[in-house]
Design a protein around this ligand. Structure first.
Ligand SMILES: NC(=O)c1ccc[n+]([C@@H]2O[C@H](COP(=O)([O-])OP(=O)(O)OC[C@H]3O[C@@H](n4cnc5c(N)ncnc54)[C@H](O)[C@@H]3O)[C@@H](O)[C@H]2O)c1
Length: 396
């Protein structure tokens, strides 16, 4: 099939190469010219896709990137994989999805299967995409992306894929396409079910992470080890699923997607109080971490040098979107502390560059990448670990 993927970020590039590996002829369209040039030069910008893999798909002409929207015309399948962030009021911002639909409306003159993989609330495919595209009788399906960047066990091939279409013909075509490079396809009765399943999965994580974050605070106040309690609870072979406490949630999904569900819930008169409370707890974790660091460093950190270790939102990825490290650093600086950060994967961020671990009075570990220098961390006077992976130091 001729396949076009709109958006060549984490999701779009991953799907593009998944489809290329199945023998489809794939063009990755992106509005970012610099990214398009970089991809065509064989340089991958995401973990999990090596330059070597990208280069081999380019060399075999099964993949190319383009910033020219005319490449969309003549595609058998067009996949939308664009950002779905929150606006300044933390409401869904569908402007990228609308822009993608408008590009299709303007450029695509022959019928195609149009699939939305971008995460959004139920009704997006039907009411925000399909209605904007007139004049051509396209097929429409929703197949929300579940990729977990950096996860070497679960990828595009073996993560079961949900598909819901506006018509049986759309479902059949989507199954044919995704079935060519995904092991397991799960058909659901409508695009709305697929869309809602995706945001409920992430809401489930958000709420459980908030619960365990609240529990970590309760356990500390009771002077018992929250992590030991969680390990003990996890020995129950049924009815319990362990989640880890941490400094807050980051990335493009967990802090964002539940607010898409809350938005539509509010529209239909259901208050979605779990989501609201979970957001409050998770967003308050950076302040709790700073409070614990102050207490652990004998009640005052003024004038001290703090190095924040790991500023991406999770280990072994360079993604800093919505990372709790940002709030932690800002709160520390408000207290008159000299703060540097160390993250070899991120390198530069917010106009600053990664510093060495040497010379700090306090090391505050937000995210621990493989290979970070533990001896250098332990050489700092006081260590506070948000990851629960360094024995014998303070933390959550
Ligand atoms: N990153 C993840 O782990 C993940 C996992 C599952 C689902 N998702 C969802 O997938 C969607 C995409 O996320 P992502 O992480 O790939 O985002 P991203 O920011 O990594 O990439 C999005 C890309 O889309 C491009 N873009 C924006 N507007 C465009 C347009 N009109 N036409 C063409 N390209 C355009 C941007 O330049 C960017 O390169 C979001 O809805 C997200 O919630 C992300």
């Amino acid at each position: 099939m001729r396949v076009a993927i709109i958006g060549q970020g984490y999701v779009g590039l991953t799907i593009a190469l998944g489809a290329a590996s199945a023998g489809h002829s794939v063009v990755g369209f992106d509005v970012n010219d610099g990214l398009v040039d970089q991809l065509n030069a064989g340089k991958s910008h995401i973990e999990g896709i090596t330059d070597k893999d990208l280069g081999s798909f380019i060399a075999s002409s099964s993949y190319m990137a383009s910033a020219d929207a005319s490449v969309l015309n003549g595609s058998d399948v067009i996949v939308i994989a664009v950002p779905t962030p929150l606006d300044a009021q933390r409401n869904p911002d569908l402007s990228f999805v609308h822009a993608a639909a408008d590009l299709i409306e303007k450029n695509v003159k022959s019928p195609a299967l149009i699939v939305n993989e971008s995460t959004s609330y139920p009704g997006t495919l039907r009411n925000e995409i399909a209605v904007r595209i007139t004049g051509v009788n396209h097929l429409y399906a929703s197949s929300p992306e579940r990729v977990d960047p950096g996860n070497s066990e679960w990828g595009t091939k073996n993560t079961p894929r949900l598909i819901g279409g506006l018509t049986p013909a759309a479902v059949a075509k989507a199954k044919e396409f995704y079935g060519s490079f995904c092991d397991s396809i799960i058909e659901v009765s409508s695009p709305e079910v697929a869309e809602a399943a995706k945001i409920f999965e992430n809401t489930f994580r958000q709420v459980n992470i908030a619960l365990v974050n609240e529990f970590a605070q309760i356990a500390d106040a009771l002077d018992i080890s929250g992590r030991e309690v969680l390990d003990a609870a996890a020995t129950k072979p049924y009815g319990f699923m362990p989640f880890n406490p941490g400094p807050g949630v980051g990335g493009h999904c967990i802090p964002v997607d539940p607010s898409y569900l809350a938005h539509v819930a509010n529209q239909v008169g259901v208050p979605a109080t779990f989501i609201k409370r979970a957001n409050e707890v998770n967003l308050a974790m950076p302040a709790y971490v700073v409070k614990r660091v102050v207490a652990g460093a004998d009640g005052s950190i003024k004038g001290k040098k703090v190095v924040v270790v790991g500023v991406s939102y999770k280990s072994n990825v360079a993604d800093t979107r919505e990372t709790p490290a940002a709030a932690i650093i800002d709160l520390l600086r408000e207290q008159g502390v000299t703060v540097t950060w160390h993250d070899d994967l991120v390198g530069s961020w917010r106009g600053e560059t990664s510093s060495s671990l040497a010379g700090a009075d306090i090391a505050l570990i937000v995210t621990k990448h493989d290979g970070v220098d533990l001896a250098a961390i332990k050489a700092c006077g006081y260590v506070f670990d948000c990851t629960g992976t360094i024995a014998g130091v303070d933390g959550i």
